[in-house]
Design a protein around this ligand. Sequence first.
Ligand SMILES: *[C@@H]1O[C@H](CO)[C@@H](O)[C@H](O)[C@H]1NC(C)=O
Ligand SMILES: *[C@@H]1O[C@H](CO)[C@@H](O)[C@H](O)[C@H]1NC(C)=O
Ligand SMILES: *[C@@H]1O[C@H](CO)[C@@H](O)[C@H](O)[C@H]1NC(C)=O
Ligand SMILES: *[C@@H]1O[C@H](CO)[C@@H](O)[C@H](O)[C@H]1NC(C)=O
Ligand SMILES: *[C@@H]1O[C@H](CO)[C@@H](O)[C@H](O)[C@H]1NC(C)=O
Length: 350
Amino acid sequence: MNVQLYSRLLVVFLTNTVWTRNIRPMYDQPDTYDWSFYSFECPQECFCPPSFPNALYCDSKELKEIPAIPARIWYLYLQNNLIETVTGKSFVNATQLKWINLNNNKITSNGIEKGVFGNLKNLLYLFLENNELEEVPAPLPLSLEQLRLARNKIATIPAGVFNNMENLTALDLHQNKLLDSTLSSDTFQGLNSLMLLNIAQNSLTKMPPTPPANVIQLFLDNNSIEAIPENYFDATLKLIFLRLNNNKLTDKGLPSKIFNISSLLDLQLSYNELTKIPSINVHLEHLYLDNNRIDSINGTQICPVPIPGDHVYERNLPRLRYLRLDGNEIKPPIPFDLMLCFRLLHAVVI
Ligand SMILES: *[C@@H]1O[C@H](CO)[C@@H](O)[C@H](O)[C@H]1NC(C)=O
Ligand SMILES: *[C@@H]1O[C@H](CO)[C@@H](O)[C@H](O)[C@H]1NC(C)=O
Ligand SMILES: *[C@@H]1O[C@H](CO)[C@@H](O)[C@H](O)[C@H]1NC(C)=O
Ligand SMILES: *[C@@H]1O[C@H](CO)[C@@H](O)[C@H](O)[C@H]1NC(C)=O
Ligand SMILES: *[C@@H]1O[C@H](CO)[C@@H](O)[C@H](O)[C@H]1NC(C)=O
C-alpha cells in the first residue's frame, strides 16, 4: 500500500479509537447471563435502564455521596455531581465494575478511602477529571486501560503507582501542578501499551523522563520547557503526534537532529522562542511553527533531502503538506526553493 494512504488511514483510525470505545456498552452485554442470580435493585437517586442492566446512570443529580452500587453493574456514571468522598462501602458488592466516570465532582485526595480503587480488579476506565485531587490516587488496579486525571491540582505521584499497568493505553494528566521533581525516571516504567501521554498545562521546565516505547501521542503544551536532551526520542519509535506549543524552546535547546523521527507526522512548536526552522524528517506532514521569532526561511537548508529534481517519483518527495509560519518575522514572498523541496505542500500560512 502507498505510504501516504497508509499513514492517512492510521491517523483516522487513531483519532477515532477513543470515541469508538466509548459507545461500546450499547452492544457489549455479557454472553451468558444468569438473570436470576442478580436482583434488579436500583439506587433511588439513579436511573437503571431496563434494556441495559449493566449500566447505572447517577450523573448530574447534585449527589454529595456515591450510593451503594449493585453487584451487576459494569458501567457507572457519576459525573457532574457534588461528590467529595469515595468510600469502600459504596463498592463492596460492585466487583465487576469496568468503567467509572467521576468527572466534574469535588473529590479531594483525602476524600478517597485508601485502596478503594485498587480493590476493583476488573476496572478498565477510571475518569476523575476536574476534581480537587492533589495526588494520584494509589493503589490503582493494574487492569486499567484509561486513566484520566486532567484538571485537578495534582503535584504528587506516589512512587510506582503506574508501574506495570501493562494494558494502560491512555494517561491524561493535563492541567495539573506537576513539577520536574514530581516525575522520576521510573514513573512511567512498565507502561508497555501506553499510546497517549498528555502532560500539557503543568509546570515542567524540562522534558519528562523518556516516555514508554509505544507512545503515539505525546502532548506537552503549555509548560516552560526550554530544551530537549540529545537522543531523547531514540526509544520512542512509534511517535506520530508531538505537541510542544507554548513552551520556552530556543534554537540552543534543540539538538540539530532531534526531530529527525521517522514515525512523526505532526509536529507542533507554536509559541516558542525559535529563530530558525528546525530540521525535520522526510515523512513529516504537518509542521506548526507559528508565533516564534523566525525571520527567514531557506528552503534548501530545511529540505530533508537534496532539492528534488523534476523527475523524482512522488513517493520519494518530502511529505510535508501543511506549514504554519504566521506570527514570525518572515516577509513574503515564500522562497521558491521551499516550494521546490516540498512539492506536496497544500498550505503555507505566513
Ligand atoms: C451487598 O449485597 C448483599 C447481598 O445481596 C446485600 O445484603 C447488601 O446490602 C449489599 N451491600 C451493599 C452496600 O449494597
Ligand atoms: C491485560 O489484558 C490481557 C488481555 O485482555 C489480560 O489477559 C490481562 O490479564 C490484562 N492484564 C492485567 C494486569 O489486567
Ligand atoms: C495553552 O495556553 C493558551 C493560553 O493560555 C490557551 O489558549 C491554550 O488553550 C492552552 N493549550 C493547551 C493545550 O493547554
Ligand atoms: C534522518 O534520519 C535518517 C534515518 O532515519 C537518516 O537517513 C537521515 O540522514 C537523517 N537526516 C538528517 C538530516 O540527519
Ligand atoms: C540557502 O542555503 C543554501 C545552502 O546553504 C545557500 O547556498 C543559498 O545561498 C541560501 N539561499 C539564500 C537565499 O540565502
